[in-house]
Design a protein around this ligand. Structure first.
Ligand code: CTP
Length: 470
């Protein structure tokens, strides 16, 4: 255990603690991650005394260029040293008066401090003190919970969660990231206290949610959010995907479980958060577009367009960025059926050209999403689709080489059309430009200046225009 504390910085913290007569410990995520063999650069130090004073003395000993940032209001201080970010705090204790739910926070022992932490696996500490340097201090059996892969609160879960309701999301996030089980009583408490999450800022919730999306199997966390009722509180649109309906013996699939499967599939191929968001939202408008048509069955006509339109308000409410990341998600949601439609039919060059034109640089991501979207239980159907997607991919490469449509720039400018036919700026210019683009996409001409120029002259003449002598 001591090996991970070999770094000079721990030695210096230990010396300062000794000379100040203040016991010092590493606590929380760093200890957990060491025991899990996960490298970590965020170090939390608890001092049984003033964390700020220890930090200032440690910084001085580390060197004149080491700065300490002090946050007096919170009683904390932070030092950046090499790759490390080291946060210092004094050990605290919380006690409750009978007449108030608001805790009184005062100085405490190490164990007092460990008690007020979120989970047993995050309440572990290493001693940095001379007498037992490197010893693991584990009053709540966190080490066992790490071995048994269990998330559990050190105190009664209701109390731990009422201290900070974000911990309910953190429990699910850690269980998803680490593939741990949330202990029954802790899980039960989340289900019962979910309405307390209303007071949390959307930023804090979404921060945890994004970590769930980036975990190896996001469905673990998303299903737990649904199951405990947290999802309904902050993301009703996703919750609304759940459920099935049957008419005339015909049933549609449960779009919630389908969606989480698609998210898992995308996550296997990519760690791009926004591609994962696109997977999460690809069918978001299905409940709103659902119709039952006799003889046809269930339809969700236009869900890709409506879904894309719903995204700005969802992003705004969840305080996600309203920038090109959002536009990218909208674009993928809007286009997510195109390769499927294409692969159900004979894959024509012109359809592939149009897809490439519309998707641009995002074509590869779109293909990942579409392949992930095949969640049929029927192996034959899966293989048929995958095979067609393979043909689409081959054609994409072939057409890309021939026509360079990925970032289409019109080979003939509006100005050249004006000059060639002696026109004023008018609708005809746009019509000719569009006709050139269509001819390229249909494969009538190739995407180069010469062929486009000849096509322009022919088109202009068809429209009664004659080229001026230049
Ligand atoms: N903590 C807590 N309650 C919270 C947040 C944090 O008790 N709502 C405690 C835990 O002991 C945690 C430590 O503060 O280990 C540091 O928190 P943070 O840096 O947010 O999380 P880590 O556990 O280090 O994990 P990660 O870096 O993955 O967020």
């Amino acid at each position: 255990m001591k090996k991970c504390l070999n770094d000079r910085v721990f030695d210096i913290i230990s010396q300062v603690g000794e000379s100040e007569n203040t016991p010092v410990y590493v606590i929380g995520g760093f200890v957990r991650d060491v025991l899990l063999n996960r490298p970590s650069k965020d170090i939390d130090i608890v001092a049984v005394g003033s964390g700020i004073e220890i930090a200032e003395k440690v910084a001085r000993k580390l060197g004149s260029n080491v700065k300490v940032s002090v946050f007096r209001n919170f009683g904390t201080a932070m030092i950046r040293y090499g790759d490390y970010e080291i946060e210092f705090v004094g050990a605290r204790k919380e006690s409750y008066r009978e007449d108030s739910r608001k805790p009184i926070v005062e100085d405490g022992t190490l164990e007092d401090d460990q008690k007020r932490r979120d989970f047993t696996i995050n309440a572990l500490a290493f001693s940095l003190n001379k007498k037992d340097f490197g010893a693991l201090l584990d009053p709540f059996n966190g080490e066992n919970d790490l071995k048994d892969k269990i998330i559990r609160t050190p105190l009664e879960p209701d109390q731990t969660f009422s201290d900070d309701p974000l911990r309910m999301f953190r429990a699910i996030r850690f269980s998803s990231q680490l593939n741990f089980k949330i202990e029954d009583k802790t899980y039960q408490s989340i289900s019962e206290s979910k309405n307390r999450t209303k007071i949390l800022s959307k930023e804090r919730i979404v921060d945890e949610f994004n970590k769930i999306l980036l975990s190896t199997k996001p469905s673990v966390g998303i299903k737990a959010l649904e199951n405990t009722g947290l999802l309904k509180e902050f993301f009703p649109e996703l919750q609304n995907l759940k459920g099935v309906e049957a008419k005339d013996g015909k049933m549609h699939k449960d779009n919630f479980y389908h969606t989480v499967e698609v998210v898992d599939n995308v996550r296997k191929k990519s760690d791009d958060l926004w591609l994962i968001w696109a997977a999460l939202l690809h069918d978001i408008a299905k409940p709103k577009t659902k119709k039952y048509i006799k003889d046809t069955g269930w339809t969700f006509h236009g869900h890709e367009f409506l879904g894309s339109k719903m995204i700005p308000s969802i992003f705004k409410r969840l305080k996600l960025p309203l920038n090109e990341k959002m536009k990218y998600v909208q674009k993928l949601v809007q286009l997510h059926l195109r390769p499927i439609v294409l692969s159900q039919d004979i894959v024509t060059d012109s359809a592939v050209r149009r897809l490439l034109f519309d998707a641009g640089d995002d074509i590869d991501d779109l293909m990942i999403l579409c392949e992930a979207d095949i969640t049929s239980k029927n192996e034959y159907t899966i293989q048929k689709h995958l095979n067609n997607f393979r043909i689409v991919r081959e054609k994409l490469v072939e057409i890309e080489e021939k026509d360079a449509l990925r970032n289409f720039q019109p080979p003939i400018s509006g100005e050249l059309i004006i000059k060639t036919f002696g026109l004023d700026p008018c609708k005809t210019v746009g019509d000719i430009k569009n006709a050139i683009k269509e001819a390229i996409l249909e494969g009538e001409i190739r995407n180069n200046y010469q062929e486009a120029y000849e096509f322009m002259i022919k088109k202009g003449e068809e429209m009664g225009l004659s080229p001026r002598k230049l």
